[in-house]
Design a protein around this ligand. Structure first.
Ligand SMILES: [Cu+2]
Length: 132
C-alpha cells in the first residue's frame, strides 16, 4: 500500500513539474531585439545672404537634405564639390538657380564628408557629413 502511495506522489510530482515547465515555456514571449533601423529623416539647410545655415550638417546614410533659399537678395545653386564639375558626389547638383522661397532636395546614400558650394558664388561653401 505504501508503494502505491509513493507511486502516486511521484506521478503527481512529475505531472506538476511538467505542468510548470509547460506553463513557463508556453508563457515565454519572444523578445524582439530593439530595431537599429531608424527611418530616414529630412534636414533643412537654409541659404541666406552668402551663407549656408548650418554650414556643416551631420546626417545618417539615407537621409535627405533640403536647401531652401531664404535670401531676399540672391539666388543660390547648391552643388557638390568641385566647382565647376560638381562630380565629387555624382547627382548632387540642383542644376538650376533657386530663387527666394525655392528649394532643392537630395538624398545621401554614401557615407562621407561631402563638400558643396553655391555654383553662382563658389566661395560660399558648406559640408554634409553622412554617417553610417
Ligand atoms: Cu559650381
Amino acid at each position: 500500500m505504501k508503494k502505491y502511495l509513493l507511486a502516486i506522489i511521484i506521478i503527481a510530482l512529475i505531472v506538476g513539474a511538467a505542468y510548470f515547465i509547460f506553463k513557463f515555456y508556453s508563457g515565454a514571449k519572444p523578445v524582439l531585439a530593439p530595431s537599429t533601423a531608424i527611418s530616414p529623416k529630412t534636414w533643412t539647410v537654409e541659404y541666406k545672404e552668402n551663407i549656408f545655415i548650418p554650414k556643416e550638417i551631420k546626417i545618417k546614410k539615407g537621409d535627405t537634405v533640403t536647401w531652401i533659399n531664404n535670401s531676399l537678395e540672391s539666388p543660390v545653386w547648391p552643388a557638390s564639390a568641385f566647382h565647376p564639375t560638381h562630380n565629387v558626389y555624382p547627382g548632387f547638383d540642383a542644376l538650376k538657380s533657386l530663387g527666394n522661397g525655392e528649394s532643392y532636395s537630395f538624398k545621401f546614400d554614401i557615407v562621407g564628408s561631402w563638400k558643396y558650394h553655391d555654383h553662382l558664388n563658389p566661395s560660399v561653401t558648406g559640408v554634409v557629413v553622412v554617417e553610417e
